[in-house]
Design a protein around this ligand. Structure first.
Ligand SMILES: Nc1ncnc2c1ncn2[C@@H]1O[C@H](COP(=O)(O)OP(=O)(O)OP(=O)(O)O)[C@@H](O)[C@H]1O
Ligand SMILES: [Mg+2]
Length: 159
C-alpha cells in the first residue's frame, strides 16, 4: 500500500523564486492495484515517484509504504552502475539483499533471461541500446523481488 498525505516539495531557484513542484498531493493506492499517473512535462510525476521510493525528502507532508519500493528510473543511464549487465544486477542483489556471490549470480542470470538479455550479460553496459538499457533496469529491480513496483515512463524505449 502507498499512502501520500499533504505532500509538498518546493525548490528554491533563487533568493526570491520558489518552485512548488508538488503542492498538497493526497493519494492512497491499496494493495493489488495498478495505477497510471499521467500529466504534462514538468508536472511532477517523476518527483512524486522518487518521493514514494524515499529517494527524496518531502518539504511538507508524508509518504508511507507497506513495503520497500522498486523504482525503474525514467533515465535508464542514471540507474546502470556497473560495467556489464550481470555485474549491474548482482550489485543490487549483493548490496540490498546481502546475497552470496553465487546466489546473486544465479538470480541475476534468471532476471536477465526474463528480460531477454542473456546474450548480453557480459557485454559492456554502455553499448546496450536504449531499450536494452531499460530492460536491464527492469531486471535489476525485478531481481530484488519488491512487492511495490514503480515504472517511470513505463513504455519509454521499449518495444
Ligand atoms: N532537484 C530539483 N531542483 C529543482 N527543481 C527540480 C528538481 N527536481 C525536479 N525539479 C522540478 O520539478 C518539476 C517536476 O519535475 P519532474 O521531473 O517530476 O516532472 P515530470 O512530470 O516527471 O516531467 P516529464 O514528463 O518531463 O518526465 C520540474 O519543473 C523540475 O524542473
Ligand atoms: Mg518524468
Amino acid at each position: 500500500m502507498i499512502e501520500v498525505r499533504n505532500l509538498c516539495k518546493y525548490f528554491r531557484n533563487s533568493d526570491s523564486l520558489i518552485t512548488k513542484a508538488l503542492d498538497d498531493i493526497n493519494l492512497v493506492i491499496p494493495d493489488g492495484q495498478c495505477v497510471l499517473i499521467a500529466g504534462a512535462n514538468g508536472s511532477g510525476k517523476s518527483l512524486l515517484m522518487r518521493l514514494i521510493a524515499k529517494l527524496e525528502k518531502p518539504t511538507k507532508g508524508s509518504v508511507e509504504t507497506s513495503e520497500d519500493v522498486g523504482l525503474v528510473f525514467q533515465d535508464a543511464d542514471a540507474q546502470i552502475l556497473a560495467d556489464t549487465p550481470l555485474e549491474d544486477v548482482m550489485f543490487g542483489l549483493r548490496r540490498n539483499k546481502k546475497l552470496s556471490k553465487d546466489e546473486a549470480k544465479a538470480k541475476a542470470l534468471k532476471a536477465l533471461s526474463d528480460v531477454g538479455l542473456s546474450d548480453k550479460a557480459n557485454s559492456p553496459s554502455h553499448f546496450l541500446s536504449g531499450g536494452e538499457k531499460r530492460r536491464l533496469a527492469v531486471a535489476s529491480v525485478m531481481a530484488l523481488g519488491r512487492k511495490i513496483l514503480i515504472l517511470d515512463e513505463v513504455y519509454i524505449n521499449l518495444d
